[in-house]
Design a protein around this ligand. Sequence first.
Ligand SMILES: Cc1ncc(COP(=O)(O)O)c(C=O)c1O
Length: 371
Amino acid sequence: MISPFKDPVYVTRPFLPPLEEFIPYLQQIWNSKQLTNNGPFHQQLEQALCDYLGVKHVALFTNGTVALITALQTLRIAGEVITTPYSFVATAHSLLWNGIKPVFVDIDPVTLNLDPDRIEAAITPQTTAIMPVHCYGRPCDVDRIEKIADNYGLKVIYDAAHAFGVKCHNGSVLNNGDLSVLSFHATKVFNTFEGGAIVCHDAKAKQRIDHLKNFGFVDDVTVVAPGINGKMSEFNAALGLLQLKGIDAAIQKRQAVDTRYRKALSAVKGVRCLPPPGEGVSNYAYFPILVQPDYPLSRDALYQKMLDQGIIARRYFYPLISDFPMYRGMPSAAHANLPVAKQVAEQVICLPIHPALSNEQVDSVAGIIVG
Ligand SMILES: Cc1ncc(COP(=O)(O)O)c(C=O)c1O
């Protein structure tokens, strides 16, 4: 079939400011010759993000994956960590990079986040932490997770890679848990080309993170930990400052796309949209649909039909992390342990959603699904 569009419609397109607005920032970097190592843009962006997100401390990183790895180091997490199989591989990879054993627990069928009802049964004497993901930027049940963590003396590190700007009943979702990790990858709601951050709640934790992301250096002759190079450059930080100016408008445009899809798809039998965001503030990062058995096509047939018409949707998150070779031999990776995640991974398609998507494009994507 011929695509109605000149160019493919991608699941996402990076949000970028006008290039000419970035040039003065570059000029400042060229003038100062400070390219990295906690330069002026880095310091400004950390403060600006604290203000925008409503959090106490932000430590910028080169990407979200190194931030996750460092968050685990910050709290000296070891042994076993309970996590979700329904996420991007970096969530579990960050555990393996620390020599930690991931223990996969099934997801809730409505929120698609770690199911709090199943966490306790997975706790062993080796468990030291829980690493939930606010999947698609939809908040986990933070109160119940906190209660379980408190009862068992566990730490909580949220993979909040999708949750930039998200608020739940108690304010910024990033204020829950011991640490939260953001990704500013090109595909995310807020991007710095590549980038990430750890959000923490006290100055002591921030100081430890700052040491760890700079090889463990405290000063030029003192190294206190086997740290890594996780520093964000001035180039990325400068872009972040400029991106922040347009972020509210970008999220509003995403919201309009979300609303339009919901309206167009509400009556389609066999297609389930996730419930609209409840109380709080959403960032409309993704628009997943679940293609159920009473839809006339299989998920993969619908995915292919879209591809044939130039719509590059994505099957996030398929396969499950626990089905990749480095995880699938683990007892917790067994399909019998993860029936909900397995089913959702086989039904999900994330539809294109980004600020530059036109009404015509949204209608065309929805039209393919309506059939
Ligand atoms: C849930 C999740 N965790 C972690 C990451 C890793 O972030 P980054 O690509 O910035 O390393 C991503 C995305 O890329 C993600 O979607």
